[in-house]
Design a protein around this ligand. Structure first.
Ligand SMILES: [Zn+2]
Length: 227
């Protein structure tokens, strides 16, 4: 079997040139863009807040967080499910790691609160399964590139918190793909409970309707505040 390094992308896009700074530390209160189909990582000290905005309303953000001192500790959706006894985090909920420590608290959500915590990040193999023959931008590679771009490495591609992604969970356990129900300009705010790297990917999925029925991936925006 070919050796596999989870930190290395299967391909590259503009993510490598989309950093906030060489070490990922953002300018406070500066408005940044996550370009369509790309990813950006930011370093947050404890107490800082990250507000992510969805300008078009239909764009999904694959979202990850890692303990900045030890990236093997990361935001883990199965552990969040256990902690919240829910698959839908709400305002006021803490978001825990694979070691069950709070990494972030969700402090604001202007959308109807429909997000996904069940689906893996899109990756090169996912697009091959969907019939794409050339390289397709993907969230796993955006995460890897976003961390490489600020001088660190993803030890793993955890299952993301898919902001605004609408995957209805039916009583029989089946799932479905549906367009986001968020509105243009909806935003979510996360407060860091420890120093973390937060990574956002403007999901480039343009085959299934997760980024709207027209399949037109768009940009996201974000801003970091001191509290
Ligand atoms: Zn994606």
């Amino acid at each position: 079997m070919q050796s596999f390094d989870p930190s290395q992308p299967d391909g590259f896009n503009q993510t490598l040139d989309s950093t906030v700074s060489a070490d990922g530390i953002p300018v406070i209160a500066e408005r940044y863009t996550v370009p369509a189909r790309c990813g950006v990582a930011v370093r947050l000290t404890a107490g800082r807040t990250l507000t992510i905005t969805n300008p078009t309303g239909w764009q999904v953000c694959d979202f990850w967080a890692f303990n900045a001192a030890e990236l093997h500790e990361y935001l883990s959706m199965p552990h969040v499910h256990t902690d919240l006894l829910s698959v839908f985090p709400k305002v006021g909920d803490r978001l825990v790691s694979n070691l069950r420590n709070p990494l972030l608290t969700l402090t604001q959500d202007t959308s109807p609160g429909v997000h996904d915590t069940t689906i893996a990040a899109c990756d090169a193999n996912r697009y091959k399964q969907l019939g794409v023959t050339d390289y397709h931008d993907n969230c796993a590679d955006n995460l890897r590139q976003a961390l490489l771009a600020i001088g660190t490495k993803a030890p793993h591609v955890p299952a993301p918190f898919n902001l605004w992604m609408n995957v209805p969970v039916h009583p029989d356990g089946s799932l479905a793909w549906a367009a986001p129900v968020s509105k243009p300009g909806d935003s979510m705010t996360f407060k860091a409970e420890m120093p973390v790297y937060a990574v956002m990917s403007a999901c480039p999925q343009d085959i299934t309707p997760v980024n709207g029925d027209e399949g037109k991936p768009s940009a996201l925006e974000f801003v970091v505040h001191d509290g």
